[in-house]
Design a protein around this ligand. Structure first.
Ligand code: BEZ
Length: 262
C-alpha cells in the first residue's frame, strides 16, 4: 500500500484576502504521493525504516547509528522557533540520563545544516544549567525522513514554510536495539513535550523487557509493577516471590531490582 502523502498548500488566497479581495472559501489541501512507502512505517513493533542523512555530527546511516543502543528519534517543526528552542535545551540537559539507559538521542527538523549549527548556539545560550547539545540533529530540508516516518503536520495548516510545504510536528520515536519502533508520541507544533515523560516511558519499556512486568498509570522507577495476566500465580511466586492480588487479573509486585541487573 502506498499512502504516505505530501500536500501543497496554496498561500495566494491568504495574500488576496489581506489585500481586501473577496476570495472563495479555502479548499481542502491537496494531497499527493511524495514517496512510496508502507503506511505501517510507524506502527508499534514495526521495523524502524533505515535512511541515510546529513547531521550536525556528519553523515549517518541510521541503523549503524543505532547500533546496539536504544534510540530516541525526535522531530520538531523548525529551527529558531520558541517552543523548539526550549525543547532542545531540555533534551540536552537530560543527555546523561539517556546515556545511563544506553540510549542515543537524535533530533530532526526540516532545515539545513548551516541553520542547525547556528541555532545550536542559541539553544546552548538559553538552556538552563548550561545544557550542551551533544547529540546530532538531522538536516531534512526536503522532508525525506519526515515523510518516511510520517512526521509531517496533517492538522495545522499554518504550520508551513514559505513555499507552503508542511513542517514537521513534534514526534518522538523510541527504537530498541533490535531496531523496532517501541513507542511513538505525536504533539502539535503549539505544545512542547515533557522530557520527564520521555524518560519515564523509556524506563517502563526497559523494565518490561528485562523483568517481564508491566507498569501502571503514572508509574516511575522504584514503584510497584504489575505481574502480567499471562503469568500464572505459581510462576509469579517463583519469579517475583511475593505479590499482591487486588483482583485475580491485577497483581502487583515490588520493583524488580534484582531482575533489572545486567
Ligand atoms: C515553536 O517552536 O514555537 C513553533 C514552531 C512552529 C510552529 C509553531 C510554534
Amino acid at each position: 500500500m502506498t499512502s504516505v502523502l505530501s500536500r501543497t498548500l496554496s498561500v495566494a488566497p491568504l495574500a488576496a484576502a489581506r489585500a481586501g479581495a473577496r476570495v472563495a472559501a479555502p479548499r481542502a489541501p491537496i494531497f499527493r504521493p511524495a514517496v512510496s512507502l508502507k503506511f505501517a512505517a510507524r506502527a508499534l513493533g514495526s521495523p524502524a525504516p533505515n535512511f541515510e542523512a546529513e547531521t550536525t555530527h556528519g553523515p549517518i546511516d541510521f541503523h549503524e547509528f543505532i547500533g546496539d543502543s536504544w534510540t530516541i528519534l525526535f522531530s520538531h517543526p523548525a529551527d529558531f522557533t520558541p517552543v523548539c528552542t526550549t525543547e532542545l535545551g531540555a533534551f540536552a540537559q537530560l543527555e546523561e540520563e539517556f546515556e545511563k539507559r544506553n540510549t542515543k538521542l537524535i533530533g530532526l527538523s526540516a532545515n539545513g545544516l548551516d541553520s542547525h549549527e547556528k541555532w545550536i548556539q542559541d539553544i546552548e545560550e538559553v538552556a538552563t544549567n548550561g545544557g550542551r547539545v551533544g547529540f546530532p540533529i538531522i538536516a531534512d530540508p526536503e522532508r525525506k525522513i519526515a515523510f518516511l516516518y510520517d512526521m509531517v503536520d496533517h492538522q495545522d495548516l499554518t504550520n508551513i514554510d514559505t513555499k507552503g510545504v508542511a513542517f514537521t510536528i513534534r514526534a518522538v520515536f523510541i527504537i530498541d536495539p533490535n531496531k523496532k519502533i517501541r513507542l511513538t508520541m505525536l504533539y502539535p507544533a503549539s505544545t512542547g513535550r515533557n522530557t520527564a515523560e520521555v524518560l519515564r516511558v523509556l524506563d517502563s519499556l526497559q523494565t518490561g523487557d528485562k523483568a517481564g512486568v508491566t507498569t501502571p498509570i503514572n508509574w516511575v522507577p522504584g514503584q510497584d509493577v504489575i505481574v502480567p495476566p499471562s503469568v500464572s500465580d505459581e510462576a509469579a511466586a517463583a519469579k517475583f516471590g511475593e505479590f499482591m492480588a487486588v483482583k485475580p487479573y491485577l497483581r502487583f509486585t515490588k520493583y524488580p531490582t534484582e531482575l533489572l541487573k545486567e
